[in-house]
Design a protein around this ligand. Structure first.
Ligand SMILES: Cc1cc2nc3c(=O)[nH]c(=O)nc-3n(C[C@H](O)[C@H](O)[C@H](O)COP(=O)(O)OP(=O)(O)OC[C@H]3O[C@@H](n4cnc5c(N)ncnc54)[C@H](O)[C@@H]3O)c2cc1C
Length: 347
């Protein structure tokens, strides 16, 4: 039987994870991973890289749990990977306790000692829980590590854009900016925030994806000091980044439809973040001042997407990380590989 040729477009954390899981499922597959930039240099480079077992829907909680298992196995087998485990302390008003319990898996009570250690950062009177099994990663470094391993068994093309896709009943012709044309049995589109750009624009239009800015602020505070805090109602968190030597504050920015390119942190975003931090952990607000800005793709349901967009079930769109594309990537990749099963089996 002929080995199927799969082309994965986009070498971010999602494209690299899909490519890795594809070869785990079908080692005979011929695989080409194409990125018009360098591996991991899109949204993945800006990612805070925080994983926590949280989800608003049953499917997202399932994707999160499956991803946690995958990352745990990866980290146990490759201790050199930049993955650092920690527990979040979850803070919310008593009135929101039930919703918080439904959204966060495995909450534990906090001890009197832990409560005391949080008192200097938090306003008094909030309910607190411990959320174990969280971690933080250098996402770009992880994507690069995956790509290095992929190169042993697949073709990895950087600096090469996909310029045209021509889908037929028997396969897809993929025209590259380098002048080459690839004949693929199936194409996986994992373009991150470029979901509505490029030659697949018409194919993805019906998915209703929008792009939103994602902003996170850096706090000059040693990672070993203090406790990681998650505020589920405000959709914000404070997490240490040991691989970078500082803390990060993530809050929900509501700037929609920017061009997907690196922006600078503006005074307005620092003010917005300070306002958000003053509401949840006021003692830390003076530490804000710099950070990172990029964007991510958001679906109407706020759940990631893995679905065919072409006429012949040969072009699979996978993405819409909704600001959680790192922590859900292995679970989304498993869904994508399952959808590719017929091609992997029959070519
Ligand atoms: C500031 C910030 C903080 C975040 N924090 C977290 C977090 O703590 N936890 C979490 O889970 N998620 C977080 N996210 C979200 C997460 O980073 C993204 O969802 C994830 O990185 C998306 O990965 P991706 O592979 O889909 O996209 P990308 O990493 O953007 O990769 C897409 C790739 O497609 C390539 N491409 C585009 N067009 C073409 C073309 N025509 N031809 C070839 N290649 C092309 C691009 O060059 C790019 O490399 C954060 C995002 C940001 C911006």
């Amino acid at each position: 039987m002929r080995a199927p040729h799969i082309v994965v477009v986009g070498g971010g954390i999602l494209g690299c994870t899909i490519a890795s899981r594809l070869l785990e499922r079908e080692p005979r597959a011929r695989l080409t991973l194409v990125d018009r930039g360098l591996i991991g240099s899109g949204a993945s480079m800006y990612s805070a890289g925080v994983h926590f077992p949280v989800g608003r829907s049953e499917r997202v909680r399932r994707l999160s749990a499956a991803s946690a298992d995958y990352y745990q196995t990866l980290s146990a087998g490759h201790p050199q990977l930049p993955m650092h485990g920690f527990d979040f302390f979850v803070a919310a008003d008593a009135a929101d306790a039930e919703a918080v319990r439904a959204r966060c898996a495995g909450l534990l009570p906090v001890t009197a000692e832990e409560r005391l250690s949080l008192a200097s950062d938090l306003p008094a009177g909030r309910e607190l829980w411990r959320l174990p099994a969280c971690h933080v990663t250098d996402v770009q470094a992880l994507a690069l590590w995956q790509a290095r391993r992929l190169r042993e068994r697949a073709e990895v093309l950087e600096g090469v854009g996909v310029e045209a896709l021509d889908e037929g009943a028997d396969g897809v012709r993929v025209v590259l900016s380098s002048g080459r044309t690839l004949a693929a049995d199936a194409v996986v589109l994992a373009p991150g925030p470029w979901a509505n750009e490029g030659c697949w624009r018409e194919l993805t239009a019906a998915l209703g994806i929008r792009v939103k800015k994602v902003v996170a602020l850096h706090l000059q505070r040693p990672p070993e000091e203090g406790r990681a805090l998650f505020f589920p109602v405000e959709d914000a968190f404070l997490a240490p980044l040991p691989h970078r030597g500082h803390w990060l504050f993530s809050y929900t920015c509501q700037q929609w439809d920017p061009a997907p390119e690196a922006g600078r942190l503006e005074a307005r975003e620092i003010a917005e973040a300070r306002e958000a931090l003053l509401g949840v952990a006021p003692a830390l607000a003076p530490l804000l001042g710099s950070g990172r800005v990029f964007c991510d793709a958001y679906s109407p349901s706020r759940e990631p997407l893995a679905q065919y967009v072409g006429r012949h079930q040969r072009i699979l769109f996978v993405g819409a990380g909704n600001g959680s594309g790192y922590r859900l990537a292995p679970g989304i990749a498993a869904e994508a590989v399952a959808l590719l099963n017929p091609t992997l089996t029959n070519g």
